[in-house]
Design a protein around this ligand. Structure first.
Ligand code: SF4
Length: 432
C-alpha cells in the first residue's frame, strides 16, 4: 500500500515543482497540486490535467470484483491467478503503468508466455517502424528551449493532446534567439500568436494535397530537386528550414492516417538532409498513458519493443500479428489482462474472452461483469509513487503520491499474481 510521500497533507498546497503530472507524456513538473478529497491544480489551466484529476474527486472505496460480485483483494488475486494459470496464450494489453509496474508485468508475462501490446500500440508503430528501418534523429525539450530558432509542427497543432507543449518549449533564460513557429497541414485548431507569446512569429502553411503529398514535396524541395509549379509557401518554408540554425520538426504519429510510417520515414530523410549543412531534430509527440514507459521498459528488459511475445522460448516480435485488436478479433489469444492505472478513459476492450483488469477505481462499475476479474489499482502521481519516461525518451521522472487511498499499485498486484503462479497456488485454485 502507498503512503503519501511528498509531504502534502490533505488540504495543503504542494509547492510548485513537487508534483509531476501523469496525464500526458510531457510529465509537467512545474505546477502545484493541492491534495485532499478534491485535487486542485495551481499554475495551469491544462484541460487534460483537470479532467484527469476530476476522476479522483470523492472517489469512495473501490473494491475488487470477480464475475461481477464484490470480493476482497486476496480472493480477486486468487481468481485472477487461476485464470492466468489456465490460459495458453494470454494478451497483456493496455499497459498503462509506471516503470516498476511494467517491470513486474514483464516478469509475469514471462511465466505464461504472454504477448505484450500497449493501448496506443497502433499510434506508436509509425515511430517504431521509422526507428527500425532507418534510425532516428530526435531532439529533447531542453534542446528546443536552448537552441531552436524554427519549430515546424507537421500535421499537428500539438496542443490538442499536449496542452502545455508550447509553454514547455519557451526559450530558456539567456537564449535570446527569435524563434518562429510554423504549423504545416495542421488543421483548424492551431494556437493563436497570443498562445505562444515567446514566438517571434506564428504562421500556418496549408498546401493542397494530403499529408503524404505535403511531406514528400517538402522533402523534395529540401533535397534541391526540381519540381514543376511548386507551392510558394512550401518553397519559402523549405528555404527557412535550410537557413535555420536549429530547426525542430514536431510530429504526432497518432494523428496520421493509415500507413503513417511513410510520413515518419520521409521526415527522417528530410532531417538527415538538413543536418548536412545545419542542425535539425525531431520531437515525436506520443507515449501517453505510460506508452513511452512500457515500450522503454520492454526494450531494455527484452531487447525488443512492444508487440512481442515473451516466455521460456525467448522473445518473438511481430508488429502486425501481435496488434491487440487483431489478436482479440481473431481470438488468437485466450485471455486478456488489461492495465489502465491512469484514467478511466482507457476501458478494456469488449470481448467474450476471460478478462483480468488492473484499473483506475472509476472503472469498477464497467468491469463488474461475468468473465472479468477487476482489481482497482493506484495511480502514479496521485495515490502512488512511481517513475515514467517523458515524451522525448531521455528523462525518467519520479512521481509522488499526493494522498493514500489504500490501493495497491500495479507492481504489487503483478508481484502477488506471480507469487501465486510460481508457488502452484493458482493451479490448485483453478482445479477446484
Ligand atoms: S500538458 Fe500533459 S503533463 Fe502537462 S499538465 Fe497537461 S496533461 Fe499534465
Amino acid at each position: 500500500m502507498n503512503t503519501t510521500s511528498n509531504g502534502a497533507a490533505g488540504g495543503a498546497a504542494a509547492q510548485p515543482g513537487t508534483w509531476t503530472c501523469p496525464f500526458c507524456s510531457l510529465l509537467c513538473d512545474g505546477f502545484a497540486l493541492e491534495s485532499g478529497p478534491v485535487l486542485q491544480l495551481h499554475g495551469s489551466d491544462c484541460p487534460r490535467a483537470r479532467s484527469g484529476l476530476a476522476t479522483f474527486d470523492d472517489l469512495g472505496i473501490a473494491t475488487p470484483s470477480v464475475d461481477g460480485a464484490g470480493r476482497d483483494l486476496d480472493a480477486a488475486l486468487d481468481a485472477a491467478a487461476a485464470r492466468l494459470a489456465a490460459a495458453r496464450l494470454p494478451l497483456f494489453g493496455g499497459l498503462a503503468a509506471d516503470v516498476q509496474g511494467m517491470r513486474a508485468l514483464y516478469r509475469l508475462a514471462n511465466v505464461g508466455g504472454a504477448i505484450l501490446d500497449h493501448a496506443h500500440g497502433e499510434a506508436m508503430m509509425p515511430a517504431l517502424r521509422m526507428l527500425q528501418d532507418r534510425g532516428q534523429m530526435f531532439t529533447t525539450l531542453a534542446e528546443i528551449r536552448n537552441r531552436a530558432d524554427l519549430i515546424v509542427c507537421i500535421g499537428t497543432d500539438a496542443v490538442s493532446s499536449y496542452p502545455e507543449f508550447f509553454r514547455r518549449c519557451a526559450p530558456a533564460e539567456g537564449h535570446e534567439a527569435a524563434c518562429r513557429v510554423v504549423f504545416l497541414a495542421a488543421g483548424d485548431g492551431m494556437p493563436a500568436a497570443d498562445d505562444i507569446p515567446w514566438a517571434s512569429a506564428v504562421e500556418s502553411v496549408r498546401p493542397a494535397g494530403d499529408i503524404f503529398d505535403t511531406v514528400a514535396m517538402l522533402a523534395a524541395l529540401l533535397d534541391g530537386r526540381r519540381i514543376p509549379d511548386p507551392d510558394g509557401a512550401l518553397v519559402a518554408l523549405a528555404d527557412a528550414m535550410r537557413s535555420a540554425r536549429y530547426c525542430v520538426i514536431v510530429w504526432e504519429p497518432a494523428r496520421l492516417p493509415p500507413h503513417g510510417a511513410l510520413v515518419g520515414e520521409t521526415l527522417l530523410r528530410l532531417l538527415m538532409n538538413l543536418n548536412r549543412k545545419t542542425r535539425a531534430g525531431a520531437l515525436t509527440l506520443g507515449g501517453n498513458d505510460g506508452a513511452q514507459t512500457a515500450n522503454g521498459a520492454m526494450s531494455w528488459l527484452s531487447g525488443l519493443p512492444l508487440r512481442s511475445r515473451v516466455g521460456p522460448q525467448g522473445v518473438d516480435h511481430d508488429p502486425l500479428q501481435y496488434a491487440s485488436a487483431r489478436l482479440l478479433d481473431e481470438r488468437a489469444v485466450d485471455l486478456l489482462l488489461w492495465v489502465a492505472s491512469f484514467t478511466p478513459d482507457l476501458p478494456p476492450p469488449q470481448t467474450t474472452l476471460p478478462r483480468i483488469v488492473l484499473g483506475h477505481p472509476a472503472l469498477a462499475a464497467a468491469c463488474a461483469q461475468p468473465g472479468t476479474v477487476f482489481i482497482p489499482v493506484a495511480t502514479p502521481g496521485i495515490n502512488a509513487d512511481g517513475h515514467l519516461l517523458r515524451a522525448d525518451s531521455v528523462v525518467s521522472l519520479p512521481l509522488y503520491a499526493m494522498r493514500d487511498d489504500g490501493l495497491p499499485n500495479v507492481a504489487e498486484v503483478a508481484r502477488a499474481l506471480l507469487a501465486r503462479l510460481t508457488s502452484g497456488v493458482a493451479a490448485k485454485e483453478g482445479a477446484q
